[in-house]
Design a protein around this ligand. Structure first.
Ligand code: ZN
Length: 294
């Protein structure tokens, strides 16, 4: 750990139902994230502390910046252009026309500007979800089937590997990645998370290739080395820790989203900041996000 490590601080006490999908917007120096079941997109300007939000009137699993400065969302029935003023969404492509019981979940752009996002059945029916790739021409390809809760994903800096989490598997998997065609192959387990430690949810890579994995029900974010070995754990004062990303002027602040969903009044007394956005400075830095190029 470097000398400037700081304790975990609460930076937005919004009691998100399911806070998720934090992305650092470099141009704006702001963080954007979603509340999937609260149907909101949120922004934080850490310099001023200013918060903004819009209601998108749909389950919103993830957002990503575009090369034109707009935002694209995995929301409602698929991939949507998002009007940042009104919150209105406009469908670019339907992900699963045949599966009305599913919703969009976590997503991220790859180095060639494609937007990947997964789905899950709202009732978590095993194997009902998938992982989809929105191409620059707005066509959609199904990249993985038989997924239960499609969640975190990221690519190594050399673009040779993709990491992927189906939360229900309790694993982080690794796949070979071919960036020009955007294809994946040879999926295999990398990290097995013990059930008593929570479920792996969102994830991000740091600049050294370490994997930061949010543990839903695990009150923590963990760092694993690229070989899958455990490195360190950061405790969060909320049980349902959903995702994390590096942001801030030097990309060394780790922002962490959490959820308040399903908690009783009594449980909320023990974790009053459930659904809040947290931040710490763990002594590692991240990379800026890729943007949708279509
Ligand atoms: Zn998630």
């Amino acid at each position: 750990m470097s000398g400037d490590s700081r304790p975990v601080e609460l930076v937005a006490d919004l009691r998100n139902v399911i806070g998720e999908g934090p992305v650092w917007l470099e141009d704006e120096q702001r963080l954007v994230w979603v509340d999937i079941k609260g149907h909101h997109v949120h922004w934080l300007d850490p310099k001023t502390g200013r918060l903004e939000q819009i209601d998108v009137s749909a389950d919103v699993g993830a957002v990503a910046p575009t090369t034109s400065g707009a935002l694209i969302a995995a929301a409602g029935n698929g991939f949507q252009a998002l009007d940042q003023k009104s919150g209105r969404i406009k469908t670019l492509a339907v992900a699963e026309p045949d599966r009305p019981g599913n919703r969009m979940n976590d997503g991220k752009c790859d180095s060639r500007g494609r937007f990947w996002a997964g789905t899950m059945a709202d009732d978590e029916t095993p194997g009902a979800g998938g992982l989809y790739r929105l191409n620059l021409d707005h066509t959609v390809d199904r990249m993985l089937s038989d997924v239960t809760v499609s969640n975190g994903l990221d690519w190594t800096a050399d673009d040779r590997l993709m990491y992927y989490i189906d939360s229900a598997s309790h694993r982080v998997d690794v796949l070979d990645y071919e960036s020009s065609a955007g294809t994946i192959a040879n999926r295999r387990p990398l990290i097995q998370i013990d059930k008593s430690d929570g479920m792996p949810d969102g994830m991000t890579l740091d600049a050294e290739g370490g994997l930061w994995v949010a543990l839903w029900g695990g009150w923590s974010v963990r760092r694993y080395r690229p070989d899958g070995s455990f490195d360190l754990e950061i405790k969060i004062p909320v049980g349902k820790v959903s995702s994390c990303v590096f942001g801030g002027p030097d990309l060394s602040d780790l922002y962490i989203t959490t959820a308040a969903s399903g908690l009783s009044e009594k449980q909320l007394e023990k974790q009053p900041h459930a659904g809040g956005l947290f931040r710490c400075r763990p002594g590692h830095g991240g990379r800026p996000p890729y943007r949708f190029g279509g």
